[in-house]
Design a protein around this ligand. Structure first.
Ligand SMILES: [Fe+2]
Ligand SMILES: [Fe+2]
Length: 470
């Protein structure tokens, strides 16, 4: 007998936009290998700069969300970084942000980090490839990241100012940035502030306030507008600036003082859009799991419908399905996309991802009640699953639904280590472990749902044949 985890409320509490987007930015910190609250700290730094410059309130509101969401597109280059540099994408990205500006430092970093775990001939092949194609591929990766981030911001219904702020994050004052090579004041101000805030936080996290000004002045007039660096110098010397940045109260204070954006209410429809947008961030990470979250959501909803769950409950499960793998943003694509068997450490990293999903969602008030369910999508009824080893009735119904949907998609979609499996074979594998790993009622509901779907797909064909025959 299945027992529903809880009855889901139709209405969400009255949530502020900042309380939703702020905590979710933690998922983006993980993709970039940055210490927790990197995006929140960048937001604090950039907003302090924006206020010091006397920007109008509407521009400050757009700046606030540009700063929080500057890394929305970053997951899209993870697989290609692994492939080109034979490196852990998360370590590579983290290290790359701390090198000196200029071509020589970038080249030296790439040579030092490429193929560290590869054999000599593989490493040489990779370096030759980088020399031949590296510049073009890197430009392509940056461009994809910028445009992808802007597109996801549009899905989140942010203004074109926020979208362009994210798109132009890597533009440099001297015109040598990406993706368009914009110069000077043609670069959106939010982008210039976000890039400067990023450099400040990265170097502050590495070595405290002491070295930050040096790093900014190295880039004054090349990466950054000299006036912006001068404005930061004044902040640098202002009382309490660094103390507040380091204070544990800062994130709450920052979100409490967020400028408001008119016409963007955090209602049920918006929460659906946010779950969808962040599932796009997750699915962009690996070509092998592209669209995985959407397909799991489709199968999970199919199962929920067959089990007769109420509409509001189904909606809640769809959101959990969209976000179940958000913890994968913290796992390197060297592991996720590995074609062979995983070693012990790699397997350990994979087993952590549901726990990371749980931890990310716990921080977001609107999604906190789905944290336990997302965190349990790799548990098994016999207690041999992970990360908690839950068994039987300790695994909520919603998590059992996600598990069946997730495994069915993993089996029926193409993976790095094998081709896609026919549906019948995937269902037969589910049958083998029904009762030990999978909930029998959920598996039966999936089969009924797939059957109904195939009938729906068949019917228009019959109808159109009849029309042609007539
Ligand atoms: Fe998973
Ligand atoms: Fe999954």
């Amino acid at each position: 007998m299945l027992v529903a985890f809880a009855n889901r409320p139709v209405k969400s509490p009255n949530l502020e936009l900042a309380d939703l987007i702020g905590p979710l930015s933690y998922a983006l910190d993980l993709t970039e290998g940055q210490p927790k609250d990197h995006c929140i700290r960048c937001c604090y730094i950039g907003m302090a700069l924006g206020r010091a410059l006397g920007l109008p309130e509407a521009e400050l509101a757009d700046l606030f969300y540009t700063l929080l969401l500057k890394d929305l597109g970053c997951s899209s280059n993870a697989a290609r970084i692994c492939e080109l540099f034979l490196a852990d994408d998360i370590d590579f990205k983290q290290g790359f942000k701390t090198i000196d500006p200029g071509f020589n430092a970038a080249l030296s970093f790439v040579f030092k980090r490429t193929g560290l775990k590869a054999g000599l001939s593989e490493r040489i092949r990779a370096l030759v490839k980088i020399c031949r194609e590296g510049e073009r591929t890197t430009q392509d990766m940056i461009s994809t990241r910028c445009h992808r981030g802007a597109d996801i911001a549009a899905k989140l219904r942010f203004s074109s100012a926020v979208q362009e702020g994210i798109r132009s994050l890597d533009e440099h004052w001297n015109g040598k940035g990406q993706p368009f090579g914009l110069t000077g004041n043609d670069i959106p101000r939010a982008s210039s502030i976000a890039l400067l805030a990023q450099v400040v936080d990265v170097f502050h996290s590495e070595g405290g306030p002491g070295g930050v000004a040096t790093e900014l002045h190295k880039r004054r007039g090349s990466w950054f507008d000299p006036q912006l660096v001068d404005a930061f110098d004044a902040l640098n010397a202002s009382e309490g600036f660094w103390e507040m940045l380091a204070s544990p109260d800062m994130p709450d204070w920052l979100l409490d003082t967020a400028p408001s954006i008119a016409g963007l209410p955090v209602d049920e429809e918006y929460l659906d859009d946010v779950a969808q947008a962040f599932s796009d961030v997750v699915d962009a990470k690996s070509p092998f799991t592209a669209d995985h979250s959407n397909r799991v959501t489709l199968y999970a909803d199919m199962i929920s419908e067959e089990l007769g769950l109420a509409d509001n409950h189904r909606r809640w499960i769809r959101r959990a399905a969209l976000l179940h793998d958000i913890g994968k943003l913290a796992v390197s694509n060297q592991v996720l996309d590995k074609p062979g068997k995983l070693d012990e450490n790699e397997w350990k990293a994979v087993r952590l991802h549901p726990l990371i999903s749980e931890n990310i969602l716990k921080r977001v008030p609107a999604f906190a009640d789905m944290a336990q369910v997302a965190g349990a999508h790799h548990e098994r009824l016999d207690g041999k699953g992970y990360p908690h080893g839950l068994a039987g009735d300790d695994i909520p119904l919603e998590a059992r639904i996600l598990t069946v949907a997730d495994v069915f998609d993993a089996l029926s979609a193409e993976r790095p280590y094998r081709a896609a499996m026919p549906i019948e074979k995937a269902l037969a594998i589910l049958d083998e472990d029904t009762g030990t790993a999978f909930d029998g009622e959920c598996v039966t509901a999936l089969k009924r749902g797939l059957e109904r779907l195939s009938q729906v797909i068949e019917q228009p064909k019959i109808a159109s044949n009849q029309t042609i025959a007539a």
